[in-house]
Design a protein around this ligand. Structure first.
Ligand SMILES: [Zn+2]
Length: 172
C-alpha cells in the first residue's frame, strides 16, 4: 500500500485545540500531500492504510477539502480566510476501531494554540439546510462558534415567503 511522501513537522504547536484533546492522534501531514492522495483515490471509496490505522478517502468532508483547495490553491476558512497549515489524522477516544479521519489545523500566531477547521452548514440543518456539498463550507472554529445557529435567510427567500403569505391571505 502507498504511503504519503512527507510528514509535517509539528514542533511549533504549544497548546492542543481544546475541542480535540480527547482525540488520539495518528500522524501529521502536509495539506497538499493529503489532497493529492484523496484526489487520486476519490472515486474508489476505499480505505487507505497508514502506519497503524486506516482512513476512508471518499467522505463528504474530504470532498469539501478538495473543493476548498481547488478554489483557493490552499485550504482556508470560507468566512475569515484563515489558512489551514497541516492535517492531523486522528480519531476520538470513544472510537475503538482502527479508522481515523483527517482534520485541518493551523496555529494561532499569538497564543500558539491550534485552531481546528470544521464543516459548517451554510443554511443550518435545523432550518432545513441539506448536507449536500453545495450547502457546506469550511470554517475555522472561531468563525464556526461565532456563527452557531445565526443564519439570515437570503433576501430572495424572504421575499418569496412574504408574497406567499400575502397570497395565502388573499385566498382566504
Ligand atoms: Zn474563520
Amino acid at each position: 500500500m502507498n504511503e504519503f511522501k512527507t510528514k509535517f513537522n509539528i514542533k511549533t504547536v504549544k497548546y492542543r485545540n481544546t475541542s480535540t484533546e480527547k482525540h488520539i492522534r495518528n500522524s501529521y501531514w502536509k495539506i497538499n500531500d493529503v489532497i493529492d492522495i484523496i484526489k487520486k483515490n476519490k472515486f474508489k471509496n476505499k480505505f487507505y492504510k497508514f502506519n497503524n490505522g486506516k482512513t476512508r478517502i471518499s467522505t463528504l468532508k474530504n470532498n469539501l477539502f478538495i473543493q476548498n483547495y481547488d478554489k483557493n490553491g490552499m485550504c482556508k476558512c470560507d468566512i475569515c480566510g484563515l489558512e489551514a497549515k497541516y492535517v492531523v489524522l486522528e480519531k476520538t477516544k470513544e472510537n475503538k476501531t482502527d479508522i481515523y479521519h483527517f482534520n485541518l489545523y493551523t496555529i494561532d500566531k499569538e497564543t500558539k494554540q491550534e485552531i481546528i477547521f470544521n464543516i459548517d452548514h451554510i443554511k443550518p440543518v435545523s432550518k432545513g439546510g441539506s448536507s449536500e456539498l453545495s450547502n457546506l463550507q469550511l470554517t475555522c472554529v472561531v468563525c464556526n462558534s461565532k456563527k452557531a445557529n445565526h443564519y439570515n435567510e437570503p433576501i430572495i427567500d424572504r421575499i418569496k415567503l412574504f408574497f406567499s403569505k400575502i397570497l395565502k391571505n388573499l385566498n382566504m
